[in-house]
Design a protein. Structure first.
Length: 280
Protein backbone atom coordinates (compact mmCIF):
# COMPACT_ATOMS: atom_id res chain seq x y z
CA UNK A 1 0.00 0.00 0.00
CA UNK A 2 1.32 3.49 -0.79
CA UNK A 3 1.55 5.91 2.11
CA UNK A 4 -0.09 9.36 2.08
CA UNK A 5 3.30 11.03 1.63
CA UNK A 6 4.14 8.79 -1.34
CA UNK A 7 0.76 9.55 -2.87
CA UNK A 8 1.29 13.29 -2.48
CA UNK A 9 4.76 13.01 -4.03
CA UNK A 10 3.24 11.14 -6.97
CA UNK A 11 0.75 13.95 -7.49
CA UNK A 12 3.34 16.72 -7.15
CA UNK A 13 5.92 15.06 -9.41
CA UNK A 14 5.74 16.89 -12.73
CA UNK A 15 5.36 14.64 -15.74
CA UNK A 16 8.61 14.46 -17.67
CA UNK A 17 8.00 15.96 -21.07
CA UNK A 18 9.53 14.28 -24.09
CA UNK A 19 11.67 16.18 -26.55
CA UNK A 20 10.34 17.43 -29.85
CA UNK A 21 12.65 17.45 -32.87
CA UNK A 22 11.37 19.17 -35.98
CA UNK A 23 13.05 18.42 -39.29
CA UNK A 24 12.78 21.10 -41.93
CA UNK A 25 14.40 22.41 -45.08
CA UNK A 26 14.21 25.43 -47.35
CA UNK A 27 14.03 23.28 -50.50
CA UNK A 28 12.01 20.22 -51.38
CA UNK A 29 13.60 16.82 -51.98
CA UNK A 30 16.55 17.49 -49.68
CA UNK A 31 15.92 14.37 -47.57
CA UNK A 32 13.60 15.38 -44.69
CA UNK A 33 11.52 12.19 -44.85
CA UNK A 34 14.56 9.91 -45.14
CA UNK A 35 16.06 11.67 -42.12
CA UNK A 36 12.80 11.54 -40.11
CA UNK A 37 12.19 7.82 -40.44
CA UNK A 38 15.80 6.72 -40.00
CA UNK A 39 16.47 8.99 -37.03
CA UNK A 40 13.25 7.78 -35.38
CA UNK A 41 14.18 4.10 -35.80
CA UNK A 42 17.78 4.75 -34.68
CA UNK A 43 16.49 6.41 -31.49
CA UNK A 44 14.01 3.58 -30.93
CA UNK A 45 16.89 1.09 -31.05
CA UNK A 46 18.21 2.87 -27.96
CA UNK A 47 15.19 1.60 -26.04
CA UNK A 48 13.24 4.82 -26.03
CA UNK A 49 9.62 5.55 -26.80
CA UNK A 50 9.54 7.28 -30.15
CA UNK A 51 6.74 8.76 -32.25
CA UNK A 52 6.69 10.47 -35.60
CA UNK A 53 4.22 13.19 -36.49
CA UNK A 54 3.95 13.51 -40.26
CA UNK A 55 3.67 17.29 -40.40
CA UNK A 56 3.75 17.38 -44.19
CA UNK A 57 -0.04 17.43 -44.01
CA UNK A 58 -0.66 17.75 -47.73
CA UNK A 59 1.70 15.20 -49.27
CA UNK A 60 3.21 13.40 -46.29
CA UNK A 61 4.92 10.15 -47.17
CA UNK A 62 6.26 8.84 -43.86
CA UNK A 63 3.77 5.93 -44.14
CA UNK A 64 5.24 5.01 -47.51
CA UNK A 65 8.82 5.29 -46.28
CA UNK A 66 7.99 2.81 -43.48
CA UNK A 67 5.61 0.62 -45.45
CA UNK A 68 2.70 1.33 -43.11
CA UNK A 69 -0.92 1.03 -44.15
CA UNK A 70 -2.38 3.59 -41.78
CA UNK A 71 -5.97 2.86 -40.83
CA UNK A 72 -6.16 6.29 -39.17
CA UNK A 73 -4.60 9.66 -39.82
CA UNK A 74 -4.40 13.02 -38.08
CA UNK A 75 -7.79 13.80 -39.67
CA UNK A 76 -9.43 11.18 -37.41
CA UNK A 77 -7.66 12.61 -34.38
CA UNK A 78 -8.95 16.10 -35.20
CA UNK A 79 -12.50 14.78 -35.60
CA UNK A 80 -12.16 13.37 -32.08
CA UNK A 81 -10.39 16.40 -30.63
CA UNK A 82 -13.01 17.26 -27.97
CA UNK A 83 -12.72 13.82 -26.36
CA UNK A 84 -9.00 13.41 -26.88
CA UNK A 85 -6.77 11.99 -24.16
CA UNK A 86 -3.59 9.89 -24.14
CA UNK A 87 -5.55 6.65 -24.49
CA UNK A 88 -7.75 7.69 -27.41
CA UNK A 89 -4.80 9.32 -29.18
CA UNK A 90 -2.79 6.09 -28.85
CA UNK A 91 -5.44 4.22 -30.83
CA UNK A 92 -4.77 6.42 -33.88
CA UNK A 93 -1.06 5.62 -34.23
CA UNK A 94 0.28 3.16 -36.75
CA UNK A 95 2.91 0.88 -35.28
CA UNK A 96 6.11 0.16 -37.14
CA UNK A 97 7.85 -3.15 -36.39
CA UNK A 98 10.77 -1.23 -34.83
CA UNK A 99 8.38 0.08 -32.17
CA UNK A 100 8.10 3.59 -33.62
CA UNK A 101 4.53 4.97 -33.59
CA UNK A 102 3.43 7.14 -36.49
CA UNK A 103 0.65 9.68 -36.66
CA UNK A 104 0.07 9.75 -40.40
CA UNK A 105 -0.77 12.75 -42.59
CA UNK A 106 -4.32 12.91 -44.03
CA UNK A 107 -4.89 10.68 -47.03
CA UNK A 108 -6.23 13.55 -49.19
CA UNK A 109 -4.40 16.90 -49.64
CA UNK A 110 -7.60 18.91 -49.08
CA UNK A 111 -7.88 17.58 -45.49
CA UNK A 112 -4.61 19.31 -44.60
CA UNK A 113 -6.66 22.45 -43.95
CA UNK A 114 -8.26 20.78 -40.93
CA UNK A 115 -4.99 21.10 -39.02
CA UNK A 116 -4.95 24.35 -37.01
CA UNK A 117 -2.45 25.88 -34.63
CA UNK A 118 -4.70 25.01 -31.68
CA UNK A 119 -5.47 21.41 -32.49
CA UNK A 120 -1.86 20.59 -33.36
CA UNK A 121 -0.71 22.08 -30.02
CA UNK A 122 -3.16 19.86 -28.18
CA UNK A 123 -2.07 16.76 -30.09
CA UNK A 124 1.63 17.49 -29.60
CA UNK A 125 1.20 18.13 -25.86
CA UNK A 126 -0.33 14.69 -25.46
CA UNK A 127 2.34 13.07 -27.63
CA UNK A 128 5.12 14.72 -25.62
CA UNK A 129 3.65 13.30 -22.41
CA UNK A 130 3.67 9.79 -23.83
CA UNK A 131 6.98 9.60 -25.73
CA UNK A 132 10.66 10.29 -25.07
CA UNK A 133 11.04 11.85 -28.52
CA UNK A 134 8.54 13.13 -31.04
CA UNK A 135 10.15 13.52 -34.45
CA UNK A 136 8.28 15.80 -36.81
CA UNK A 137 8.57 15.77 -40.61
CA UNK A 138 7.42 19.02 -42.23
CA UNK A 139 6.42 20.68 -45.43
CA UNK A 140 9.13 22.60 -47.26
CA UNK A 141 9.91 26.13 -46.03
CA UNK A 142 8.12 28.08 -43.30
CA UNK A 143 4.41 27.99 -44.08
CA UNK A 144 1.62 28.84 -41.61
CA UNK A 145 1.28 25.18 -40.72
CA UNK A 146 5.02 24.63 -40.29
CA UNK A 147 5.53 27.61 -38.00
CA UNK A 148 3.82 26.04 -34.93
CA UNK A 149 5.99 22.95 -35.49
CA UNK A 150 9.23 24.92 -35.33
CA UNK A 151 8.05 27.23 -32.53
CA UNK A 152 7.16 24.32 -30.27
CA UNK A 153 10.25 22.25 -31.10
CA UNK A 154 13.07 21.75 -28.62
CA UNK A 155 15.43 21.22 -31.51
CA UNK A 156 15.10 22.19 -35.13
CA UNK A 157 17.15 20.17 -37.60
CA UNK A 158 17.64 22.15 -40.80
CA UNK A 159 18.58 19.99 -43.74
CA UNK A 160 20.64 21.30 -46.61
CA UNK A 161 22.76 19.84 -49.37
CA UNK A 162 25.66 21.26 -51.39
CA UNK A 163 23.58 22.85 -54.14
CA UNK A 164 23.86 26.61 -54.49
CA UNK A 165 20.09 27.20 -54.60
CA UNK A 166 19.52 25.09 -51.48
CA UNK A 167 22.30 26.87 -49.59
CA UNK A 168 20.97 30.28 -50.61
CA UNK A 169 17.47 29.44 -49.39
CA UNK A 170 18.76 27.72 -46.26
CA UNK A 171 20.64 30.88 -45.34
CA UNK A 172 17.48 32.94 -45.83
CA UNK A 173 15.42 30.54 -43.76
CA UNK A 174 18.02 30.63 -40.97
CA UNK A 175 17.82 34.43 -41.03
CA UNK A 176 14.04 34.26 -40.72
CA UNK A 177 14.36 31.87 -37.79
CA UNK A 178 16.81 34.32 -36.22
CA UNK A 179 14.24 37.10 -36.58
CA UNK A 180 11.69 34.85 -34.89
CA UNK A 181 14.14 34.24 -32.04
CA UNK A 182 14.30 30.55 -32.90
CA UNK A 183 17.86 30.38 -34.24
CA UNK A 184 19.29 29.00 -31.00
CA UNK A 185 17.32 25.78 -31.41
CA UNK A 186 18.64 25.11 -34.92
CA UNK A 187 21.26 22.56 -35.88
CA UNK A 188 22.21 22.20 -39.51
CA UNK A 189 22.52 18.85 -41.25
CA UNK A 190 24.53 18.73 -44.45
CA UNK A 191 22.90 15.86 -46.29
CA UNK A 192 24.73 14.15 -49.17
CA UNK A 193 27.84 15.91 -47.89
CA UNK A 194 30.21 13.70 -49.90
CA UNK A 195 28.54 14.34 -53.24
CA UNK A 196 30.52 16.00 -56.02
CA UNK A 197 29.83 19.69 -56.12
CA UNK A 198 31.60 22.98 -56.74
CA UNK A 199 30.91 23.75 -53.10
CA UNK A 200 32.59 21.44 -50.65
CA UNK A 201 31.02 20.41 -47.35
CA UNK A 202 33.81 22.16 -45.46
CA UNK A 203 32.69 25.51 -46.96
CA UNK A 204 29.16 25.17 -45.56
CA UNK A 205 29.81 26.15 -41.92
CA UNK A 206 31.17 29.52 -43.10
CA UNK A 207 28.35 30.01 -45.60
CA UNK A 208 25.60 29.26 -43.06
CA UNK A 209 27.34 30.42 -39.90
CA UNK A 210 26.80 27.07 -38.17
CA UNK A 211 30.13 25.66 -37.08
CA UNK A 212 28.95 22.30 -35.72
CA UNK A 213 26.77 20.79 -38.41
CA UNK A 214 26.03 17.08 -38.73
CA UNK A 215 27.44 15.50 -41.89
CA UNK A 216 25.48 12.76 -43.67
CA UNK A 217 27.23 11.05 -46.60
CA UNK A 218 25.88 10.64 -50.10
CA UNK A 219 24.54 7.19 -50.92
CA UNK A 220 21.72 7.46 -53.39
CA UNK A 221 21.44 3.73 -53.96
CA UNK A 222 20.85 2.91 -50.30
CA UNK A 223 18.66 5.97 -49.62
CA UNK A 224 16.42 5.64 -52.65
CA UNK A 225 16.04 1.86 -52.44
CA UNK A 226 15.11 2.24 -48.78
CA UNK A 227 12.42 4.80 -49.63
CA UNK A 228 11.07 2.70 -52.47
CA UNK A 229 10.76 -0.54 -50.54
CA UNK A 230 9.64 1.20 -47.35
CA UNK A 231 12.38 -0.13 -45.08
CA UNK A 232 14.44 2.53 -43.27
CA UNK A 233 18.09 1.72 -44.02
CA UNK A 234 19.07 1.71 -40.34
CA UNK A 235 16.98 -1.49 -40.11
CA UNK A 236 18.66 -3.58 -42.79
CA UNK A 237 21.73 -1.62 -43.93
CA UNK A 238 23.16 -0.80 -40.52
CA UNK A 239 26.77 -1.30 -41.61
CA UNK A 240 26.71 1.35 -44.36
CA UNK A 241 28.37 4.71 -43.74
CA UNK A 242 24.97 6.32 -44.31
CA UNK A 243 23.30 4.36 -41.50
CA UNK A 244 26.32 4.82 -39.22
CA UNK A 245 26.07 8.59 -39.62
CA UNK A 246 22.43 8.46 -38.45
CA UNK A 247 23.32 6.29 -35.43
CA UNK A 248 26.04 8.79 -34.56
CA UNK A 249 23.56 11.65 -34.78
CA UNK A 250 21.06 9.78 -32.57
CA UNK A 251 23.83 9.29 -30.02
CA UNK A 252 24.74 12.99 -30.06
CA UNK A 253 21.11 14.11 -29.74
CA UNK A 254 20.41 11.84 -26.77
CA UNK A 255 23.60 12.64 -24.91
CA UNK A 256 22.85 16.35 -25.29
CA UNK A 257 19.39 15.75 -23.81
CA UNK A 258 20.77 13.67 -20.94
CA UNK A 259 23.08 16.56 -20.03
CA UNK A 260 20.10 18.94 -20.10
CA UNK A 261 17.84 16.69 -18.00
CA UNK A 262 20.65 15.88 -15.55
CA UNK A 263 21.32 19.58 -15.27
CA UNK A 264 17.71 20.44 -14.38
CA UNK A 265 16.96 17.55 -12.03
CA UNK A 266 20.14 17.47 -9.95
CA UNK A 267 20.76 20.11 -7.30
CA UNK A 268 23.76 22.24 -8.05
CA UNK A 269 27.11 21.68 -6.36
CA UNK A 270 26.71 24.90 -4.36
CA UNK A 271 23.16 24.13 -3.22
CA UNK A 272 24.31 20.68 -2.03
CA UNK A 273 27.06 22.28 0.08
CA UNK A 274 24.61 24.87 1.36
CA UNK A 275 22.14 22.16 2.47
CA UNK A 276 24.91 20.14 4.12
CA UNK A 277 26.10 23.14 6.17
CA UNK A 278 22.47 23.87 7.22
CA UNK A 279 22.10 20.30 8.52
CA UNK A 280 25.32 20.36 10.57
N1 LIG B 1 22.09 10.91 -47.84
C1 LIG B 1 21.52 10.69 -49.02
N2 LIG B 1 22.26 10.22 -50.07
C2 LIG B 1 21.70 10.03 -51.27
N3 LIG B 1 20.42 10.27 -51.57
C3 LIG B 1 19.63 10.73 -50.58
C4 LIG B 1 20.14 10.95 -49.26
N4 LIG B 1 19.10 11.41 -48.49
C5 LIG B 1 18.02 11.45 -49.30
N5 LIG B 1 18.33 11.05 -50.54
C6 LIG B 1 17.42 10.97 -51.70
O1 LIG B 1 16.82 12.24 -51.88
C7 LIG B 1 15.51 12.08 -52.40
C8 LIG B 1 14.55 12.91 -51.56
O2 LIG B 1 14.46 12.37 -50.25
P1 LIG B 1 13.19 12.66 -49.32
O3 LIG B 1 11.94 12.23 -49.97
O4 LIG B 1 13.51 12.15 -47.98
O5 LIG B 1 13.26 14.26 -49.32
P2 LIG B 1 12.15 15.28 -48.75
O6 LIG B 1 12.92 16.49 -48.33
O7 LIG B 1 11.32 14.63 -47.74
O8 LIG B 1 11.32 15.57 -50.08
P3 LIG B 1 9.87 16.26 -50.24
O9 LIG B 1 10.13 17.75 -50.35
O10 LIG B 1 9.34 15.68 -51.50
O11 LIG B 1 9.07 15.91 -49.02
C9 LIG B 1 15.19 10.59 -52.37
O12 LIG B 1 15.35 10.07 -53.67
C10 LIG B 1 16.25 10.01 -51.45
O13 LIG B 1 16.58 8.70 -51.80
MG1 LIG C 1 9.20 14.41 -47.59
Amino acid sequence: MTSKVEEQNEIKKPKRRGEMITICSAKGGVGRTVMTVNLAVALCKKNMKIAILDGDYMFGDVGLAMDLQSAFTIKNVIEDIDDLDEVTLASYFSKHESGVRVLAAPDRPEYSELVTKDNIQQILDLMLEAFDYVIVDTNVGLHDQTLPLVEKADQILMLTNLEMATLKNTKLMLETLETLDLREKVNTIINRSTMESVISASDVPDILGDYEPHYIPNDFQVASQSLNIGIPFVVNQGKTELAKSIFKMAEQLTSRREIKVYGTEQPSFLSKIFQRSKRS
